[in-house]
Ligand binder design. Structure first.
Ligand code: M6R
Length: 611
């Protein structure tokens, strides 16, 4: 949430920062800004996207070899020029970019006002930069000491970079509960909220931990903790392709990422599915298989689409392993004093590995001595590092705000986990195991077949684009996919959509159905098919418009529908990985048809590092 980029080195900083901002824009995009140090501190910032900032700066000749930049997702104050980052202290000497929320900003602001400070913005960040300056001024501290001191008085989360006109050869960065890393180049350094703006310059990064401070100067990087004790920077190689963060000829990142799903699934299963030995190998949790297969119960914590993936996993873990499984919204779990006992198994699912609520849920579980495992897409992310062990989804970088390939690979990882544990527990027969294993490897081709028919969703979107509401119905394995499909439609096309268990409709939601209510019914072949048909009849009887998602060759459900989407046949347990793809395509084309910003939907951001 919000993107940060900082540069210090020998090259002109402006172009590097602007390109960097374009790469982190997916994290927040309501305003953008850059501060550069040359003979003096120059700040350029504008409400709107990075391209608006670039136009604003054109002809202003921004100069300097050191600078910081930011794309914002508003928390304190509306998205306007004043509230955009960087923020500058009253003296004009310090500039800061900041992700996160300073929870005690009001108290700090009051104290500064008493001392005569005035503020130009509504942000907690402007308070913070003045708080640092106030300490620096009153105690005559050097900047690093003033920053450390200030941060001990701050409650909340931050990833920040500070630059000082008094010390024009230095950037200082600090992190608590919001990601930040240092890219180590040849006589130059980058500081960023994720790898995307760094990898075209260097593949060597230092992931900062909470309560760490990094001081970069041309040619030197020093890391310290909050007690000012030096730390050894651990330089790691990043495994990310520059191509992964380009659109590659697609109109949007989201479309590219939907089409990348066959490959993402192959990458996710590579080296894990062993058909010869009829086995699944999950290296990341190898040492913990005994513990996991003897678990009396499991809790899965996640948010948004990752939560929907968790809900699919409940069906796997209970069905194949007979392990009672609870799926929790991390934001609820962390605050409701849940019952957690020492040794309990908790899985945190997060594509970004940075979601604040999920991280807090992990911390809570660990405080109660639970054993926490993670399923993440981003290697080295905070959640992956906080967990005892975990499984990466290997979907590749996902830039579009909507989760697509990270969702299907999460489900793939979760099914592999459940199959593995089911075999070990003896609750899943070898025959069934090997059937599912073989079918898993056929899924990429089945998804490819759906993608070849992508044009039909363009047509369906034209038909449906004026709808104000949508109901998605599903049963069993398709129920979490109905929820995920509705979430996709809401977030991308701003059409109100609700996912519902088909059997629950008659207990209330049926009152909504009339000729203006399109209902997407997931009616693929499984043991609840006949029941779903009855629900479709009920919708039809009330003149609802039915879009039916059916297994190829289906006649019965198709006959009831106004529009039919066919998907290739697979085992019901694996259907979620297939049936979600048409729903992603439909949401995508609805957004395009309604003129919405597909990759950067309003009010959202890719990784949600605030509460
Ligand atoms: O990075 P995470 O998986 O932890 O993110 C959780 C949600 O914010 C995320 O799944 C969100 O719901 C999706 N991007 C929506 O498509």
């Amino acid at each position: 949430m919000c993107g940060i980029i900082g540069y210090i080195g020998r090259r002109p900083a402006y172009t590097l920062l602007l390109e960097g901002l374009q790469k982190v824009e997916y994290r927040g995009y309501d305003s953008a800004g850059i501060a550069l140090l040359d003979d003096q501190l120059n700040v350029y910032k504008k409400a709107g996207k990075v391209k608006t900032l670039a136009t604003y700066i054109q002809g202003k000749h921004p100069a300097g070899q050191i600078g910081i930049g930011h794309t914002r997702w508003a928390t304190h104050g509306i998205p306007n020029d004043q509230n955009a980052h960087p923020h500058v202290s009253v003296s004009g000497q310090l500039a800061i970019v900041h992700n996160g929320i300073i929870e005690n900003e009001e108290a700090l602001r009051r104290e500064l006002i008493q001392q005569g400070y005035t503020f130009r913005s509504d942000t907690d960040t402007e308070v913070l930069v003045n708080w640092i300056e106030n300490i620096q001024r009153t105690h005559a501290y050097p900047l690093d000491k003033a920053l450390r001191w200030a941060l001990t008085q701050v409650v909340g989360a931050y990833a920040l970079v500070v630059m000082s006109a008094d010390q024009p050869d230095m950037l200082i960065a600090a992190r608590k509960s919001s990601p930040l890393m240092v890219g180590v180049g040849q006589d130059e350094f980058f500081i960023a909220s994720d790898c995307a703006p760094i990898i075209q310059h260097t593949d060597r990064v230092v992931y900062m931990d909470d309560h760490e401070i990094a001081i970069v100067k041309p040619g030197s990087l020093s890391m310290r903790n909050m007690e000012d004790i030096p730390l050894l920077p651990r330089v790691q190689k990043v495994d990310m392709d520059v191509e992964a963060i380009e659109k590659g000829g697609f109109a949007h990142f989201m479309l590219k990422e939907i089409f990348e799903q066959p490959k993402a699934l192959v990458d996710c299963m590579r080296g894990r599915i062993d058909k010869t030995d009829c086995d699944i190998k999950l290296g990341g949790i190898l040492e913990h298989l005994d513990t996991l297969s003897h678990a009396p119960s499991m809790t899965l914590v996640a948010c948004g689409s990752s939560w929907c993936a968790g809900l699919v996993a409940k069906y796997f873990l209970e069905g194949f392993c007979r392990i009672p499984t609870t799926v929790e919204y991390a934001s609820e779990f962390r605050y409701r004093n849940p019952i957690i006992q020492a040794g309990d198994i908790v899985w945190a699912i997060s594509q970004s590995g940075e979601t604040a609520d999920t991280l807090a849920a992990i911390q809570l579980a660990q405080e109660h001595d639970a054993q926490v495992f993670s399923i993440c897409n981003v290697a080295g992310s905070s959640i992956a590092r906080a967990a005892r062990a975990g499984i990466y989804t290997h979907a590749g970088a996902e830039i579009g705000v909507a989760s697509t390939k990270t969702f299907t690979t999460q489900v793939a990882v979760l099914v592999m986990l459940a199959l593995k544990l089911g075999r070990r527990r003896g609750t899943l027969s070898r025959t069934r195991f090997s059937e599912l294993l073989a079918e898993l490897t056929d899924l990429p081709a089945k998804i490819q077949a759906i993608l070849q028919q992508a044009d039909q969703f363009q047509y369906l979107a034209q038909v449906c684009k004026a709808a104000k509401h949508f109901l998605y119905l599903g049963r069993g394995y398709n129920y979490p996919i109905a929820l995920e499909g509705a979430l996709k439609l809401k977030e991308l096309s701003y059409v109100h959509a609700e996912g519902y268990p088909a059997g629950e409709m008659k207990h209330g939601a049926m009152a909504l159905i009339d000729q203006d209510m399109p209902v997407l019914c997931m009616a693929t072949q499984d043991e609840t098919y006949a029941k779903t048909i009855s629900n479709m009849q009920e919708v039809k009887a009330r003149k609802g418009q039915i879009v039916a998602l059916v297994t190829e060759g289906d006649v019965q459900a198709a006959r009831l529908a106004d529009y039919v989407i066919e998907v290739p046949a697979t085992y019901p347990a694996l259907m979620p990985i297939v049936s979600v793809v048409p729903l992603q395509l439909f949401a995508y084309y609805m957004a395009v048809a309604r003129g919405c910003d597909v990759d950067q939907p309003r009010n959202l951001a890719k990784s949600v590092t605030v509460e």
